[in-house]
Ligand binder design. Structure first.
Ligand code: SF4
Ligand code: SF4
Length: 377
């Protein structure tokens, strides 16, 4: 069997196992990406979650010396939730971004890639493969772009003609010289809707992301959220879909091909107040399967408090006072104090003043002072 025939067999098999799109590219160095990453490093735009050196991230042969080609895959995920619960005045809700709906996509894509790899090894016993999804060194997006899965939008997503940008990406480096596909000839043109809609101005120079300003990244940090982002956070608990939602290429896009990605509405749009008292174990039991739980409870709990501030939810005041007084983590105590000030009931201000008398952590005291200043607003 020649490599073209093998490629056609792999494509046919990928459809059988529920891969929505597959593309092939060479294992050559990603030169443009290398330049972009260097610029990003200089400008300090990285998230800090990146894996490997710039060389490892752009030179596939550093990861697999025998590399001859890379297979890129994409699975479409839903954008609309059936029976989405609505928050009420007494029970406000937060939102996890769509990439955190259903079973953690890393698990699902890894399983698909493993099946694909097993299949290739059945046909070519001396095949070598190395699979990656999101957390690997290679850039899923750069691979997908070069393999013809989609083009790179100004919102930094890969936009496929079939499924818009709501696709999960994964890849496999192989030692088989599969004939490469061509990149898609398409672009955003004059559109700049995502740049204008980004609440924090994180999309710079069209196609470059300043992760330090991107809410998707900031929702995953564990310490205090900088003041300038607290209002913009709204009720986001994990991730941010704004720059994808406004994209005209995503109009009417909503694919339900994979039961694994169907959201449990109570996990995708959970009530906010229960996060205040949730133990680590309860959090793991309830949210452990979704990708948005990978950083643990703390960032989500902090974001839930900021969301309660956004709603000025007076029904949360008592629980917030408890958190401010008793939580052992200064960032959580401080955020609770700020939230109490933002909600702004008389009880809340009195509680902050009393707690200040016992508080010793300077950062928490600073948040308490900020909370009290809302009295004068
Ligand atoms: Fe801006 Fe949100 Fe897109 Fe980040 S994910 S670039 S914050 S719109
Ligand atoms: Fe491109 Fe417009 Fe979509 Fe942004 S909103 S990614 S500029 S098409």
């Amino acid at each position: 069997m020649n490599v073209e025939e093998l490629k056609q067999k792999v494509i046919a098999y990928s459809k059988e196992i529920g891969i929505d799109k597959i593309g092939f590219t060479t294992a050559d160095v990603f030169g443009e990406l290398k330049e972009r990453l260097r610029r990003q490093e200089e400008l300090q735009y990285q998230s800090g979650f990146e894996k490997g050196t710039i060389e490892e991230r752009t030179e596939p042969r550093r990861l697999l010396p025998e590399a001859q080609s890379i297979i890129a895959i994409a699975l479409a995920y839903p954008t609309r939730m059936k029976n989405a619960p609505r928050g009420t005045k007494e029970e406000r809700r937060g939102i996890f971004c769509r990439a955190s709906w259903g079973t953690d996509y890393h698990v699902v894509l890894r399983e698909r890639l493993k099946k694909l790899s097993d299949y290739i090894k059945e046909l070519v016993p001396d095949a070598i493969t190395k699979e990656m999804v999101d957390t690997g060194e290679l850039s899923d997006r750069a691979v997908a772009e070069r393999a013809g899965i989609g083009f790179s939008g100004k919102n930094c997503s890969i936009i496929t003609p079939e499924f818009g940008s709501f696709v999960y990406l994964g890849e496999m480096i192989t030692n088989i010289p599969f004939p490469p596909d061509s990149p898609i000839e398409d672009s955003c043109g004059d559109c700049r809707k995502c740049i204008d809609a980004c609440p924090t101005g994180a999309l710079v120079q069209g196609g470059q992301l300043n992760a330090q300003r991107c809410l998707a990244f900031l929702t995953q940090t564990k310490s205090f959220l900088a003041d300038e982002f607290r209002v913009e956070l709204g009720n986001r608990l994990y991730g941010c879909d704004t720059c994808q939602q406004v994209c005209p290429r995503n109009k009417q896009i909503d694919f339900h091909h994979h039961p694994e990605f169907e959201p449990d509405p109570e996990l995708a749009k959970p009530k906010l107040k229960p996060f205040l008292k949730m133990s680590n174990r309860e959090f793991k039991e309830k949210f452990g399967e979704v990708s948005g739980s990978w950083r643990g409870k703390k960032p989500i709990q902090r974001n839930a408090m900021i969301a309660l501030a956004h709603f000025k939810d007076k029904t949360a005041v008592n629980d917030l006072i408890d958190v401010m007084k008793h939580d052992v983590r200064p960032d959580i105590r401080g955020t609770a104090a700020w939230t109490l000030g933002k909600i702004g009931t008389e009880d809340a201000f009195v509680a902050i003043e009393m707690a200040m008398e016992k508080e010793t952590d300077p950062q928490v005291l600073y948040e308490m002072e900020k909370g009290l200043q809302f009295q004068n607003v």
